[in-house]
Design a protein around this ligand. Structure first.
Ligand code: GDP
Length: 329
């Protein structure tokens, strides 16, 4: 299909066009990449802005249950919801975290919901770029909310936080009074901590956990882009759909405040610059795995191993070759 036509259909909200467009940005082929870049430029000024919601939490905490009930709530309010995922481990485990058909059964059937599994790539940089582009495509296709899910592995939280307007951290009620080993860095990324499973026997524990995290968040310095009281901690029950509309109201008021104070656009601009820098780095790293450099590096490594070349000299020669290959294109 012609790229202009694909862009037109996507902007008209055609789901199949959106799915095709995402397949295109996920492709590793050079000719597809050229088309994808063109497509991204064509949809860049759609004038549409979705709320990009990042969601992180360890397996079992209730992410898919939350996305299902929260997504259904948004759809009942007349909103269109897209769900994407950053899962660098999906290729290794042989299946995507969103590939399991039993997840989000209700949402899957909704015409105003669009669910896309994580691309099967092990390279986090690649997954990040594809998810970021997929987010922009969903936005251009008229989705109001794009939920970007990740399991808490490696750097994937940072990746998701850098592509979302609001970052949610889902936690489970802690047993006893020990806080879960949530790293400070992750706490600092969260705009809203949601302690899930606040129902039945777990309700009291969830409330205690919420209070503990509220206390911990209070100790973190307030960020300039945040109003008083943020980041916050709240309880929800994804299963009972409890606390979801309150959590949604918190997200909306946070976004409203940031928009009024210029932080929303500024953050998006900062994120675009961050990804620009990341793409350059990832592109350079990618070249090391490609011919002709790949073979040259193997040869140099053997020479270094045999003591025929110093490591520094060999590295310098590879870097010189990298520059030469870049300018000769
Ligand atoms: P994920 O791995 O983070 O996506 O977690 P799931 O959504 O698959 O949920 C893991 C388990 O927790 C499942 O058995 C769910 O039924 C359960 N669960 C999820 N949300 C809730 C909740 O709000 N309350 C209770 N009691 N259980 C929940």
């Amino acid at each position: 299909m012609d790229i202009n036509e694909l862009a037109e259909r996507l902007l008209a909200g055609d789901r199949r066009a959106l799915a095709r467009a995402i397949t295109l940005v996920e492709s590793g082929r050079d000719d597809h990449r050229a088309q994808a870049l063109e497509l991204m430029e064509l949809v860049q000024h759609s004038g549409r802005q979705a709320l990009r919601l990042g969601l992180s939490g360890t397996p079992g905490v209730g992410k898919s249950t939350f996305i299902e009930s929260f997504g259904m709530m948004l759809i009942e309010q007349g909103l269109k919801v897209a769900v994407l995922a950053v899962d660098p481990s999906s290729a290794r485990s042989g299946g995507s975290i969103l590939g399991d058909k039993t997840r989000m059964e209700l949402l899957t059937r909704e015409k105003n919901a669009f669910i896309r599994p994580s691309p099967s790539q092990t390279n986090l940089g690649g997954v990040a770029r594809r998810t970021r582009e997929a987010t922009q495509l969903c936005e251009a296709a008229g989705y109001d909310v794009v939920l970007i899910e990740t399991v808490g592995v490696g750097q994937s939280e940072t990746v998701v936080a850098q592509m979302s307007d609001v970052f949610l951290l889902l936690l489970a009620p802690a047993g006893g009074d020990e806080l879960q080993g949530v790293k400070r860095g992750i706490m600092e990324m969260a705009d809203l901590i949601l302690v899930n499973k606040a129902d039945g026997d777990l309700k009291a524990a969830a409330q205690r956990t919420r209070a503990d995290y509220a206390g911990a968040l209070h100790l973190l310095r307030r960020r300039p882009q945040d109003p008083e009281g943020f980041p916050k901690a709240a309880t929800v029950s994804a299963i009972e759909s409890a606390g979801l509309s309150e959590a949604w109201a918190e997200m909306q008021s946070l976004v409203q405040w940031r928009k009024e104070h210029g932080h929303y656009d500024q953050t998006r601009a900062d994120q675009a610059q961050y990804w620009f820098a990341q793409d350059i780095r990832n592109g350079l790293l990618g070249q090391l795995d490609r011919e002709p450099l790949k073979t040259a590096i193997t040869d140099f490594a053997q020479q270094v191993g045999r003591g025929e070349l110093t490591a520094s000299r060999a590295a310098e020669q590879v870097l010189a070759a990298l520059t030469a290959s870049g300018t000769s294109k």
